[in-house]
Ligand binder design. Structure first.
Ligand code: FES
Length: 297
């Protein structure tokens, strides 16, 4: 090793010591990078071996301290030091704060959700094991939202934060900073924001929660179903014999045809009695408190 590669005297000041160590590491790495590949490989093996040795020692220290509650508390305090945290993190002995990891998990699935016109927001972290999220855009109220949550969001959160075992989807629009509801802006999964052909149907306030509301839109009989800020719309015509569904009993978002008892999910039109058939579903858009529908042909 060249003479100028040796580590010199140690400064008294902690910040200076750290800067000096960092610059020594950078200098040695630069020297090693210029070596032939076989020497670089040897250097890498040496580095790995030293790090493994240090990891083992640090692991024993951390495990030993965790056995004593008071020492464990002191350890948590010491880990607040960025250098200590950085080194322990390098060795896989501590993790980023839970919120950082959860946010990183949500960011990892954001591009996929955005491709489908949706998104996800972190609502709350409730230690030790619960995270609440809100699916937004086309994901909010989407018939496949359960799958999106389970396969995408949940999987990512569990990967980044294994201690989280419960992930709940919160419904409703995001509250504004002043605590008031933000203006509703909902586009059903059957529509795209820039789709044309929407027809104004009614005010959102005209659609009570938990009730299937029958309306005529452009001469077509349809049924609206509102779940908080999400609205869906299906033809008011049973897939069995085409008879009106309104007046049928509604329980938990399911409607039972008052004529022969076929059951349907109001948010997706899915028939629970005969899965091969389903109701005609229309795209819905809610903006500035008005509900618009794009009627299927
Ligand atoms: S018309 Fe609805 S079940 Fe027969």
């Amino acid at each position: 090793m060249p003479a100028d590669a040796s580590i010199q005297t140690t400064p008294d000041n902690a910040a200076e010591r750290l800067a000096k160590l960092a610059s020594d590491v950078a200098m040695l790495e630069a020297i090693g990078a210029a070596w032939p590949p076989d020497q670089q490989a040897t250097l890498a093996r040496l580095k790995d071996a030293i790090e493994a040795l240090h990891r083992e020692a640090l692991l024993r220290i951390v495990q030993g301290l965790r056995e004593d509650p008071a020492a464990a508390q002191q350890l948590r305090k010491v880990v607040q030091d960025p250098l200590v945290f950085g080194v322990l993190r390098l060795h896989g002995l501590v993790r980023d704060p839970l919120e950082s990891r959860v946010r990183a998990a949500l960011e990892s699935v954001a591009p996929f959700l955005a491709e489908h016109g949706g998104g996800v927001q972190l609502v709350a972290i409730k230690p030790p094991d619960t995270v609440e999220v809100r699916l937004t855009g086309a994901c909010n109220g989407c018939p496949a939202a359960g799958m999106t949550l389970h396969q995408g969001v949940e999987k990512a959160i569990r990967e980044y934060a294994p201690e989280i075992t419960r992930i709940a989807a919160v419904k409703g629009a995001e509250p504004a900073n002043d605590g008031k509801k933000i203006p509703l802006h909902f586009v059903s999964p059957f529509a795209r924001e820039n789709d044309g052909g929407f027809v104004d149907a009614c005010a959102l306030d005209e659609l009570p929660l938990g009730v299937a509301t029958a309306l005529a839109v452009s001469g077509r009989e349809v049924l609206f179903w509102r779940d908080h800020d999400s609205v869906s719309c299906v033809d008011n015509a049973c897939a069995h014999l085409g008879m009106p569904l309104d007046g049928g009993e509604v329980v938990d978002g399911m409607i039972e045809c008052p004529h022969h008892g076929f059951q349907y999910r109001l948010d997706t039109g899915e028939c629970l009695t005969v899965p091969e058939v389903q109701l005609v579903v229309h795209a819905v858009r809610v903006r500035d408190g008005r509900v618009a529908v794009k009627l299927e042909a």
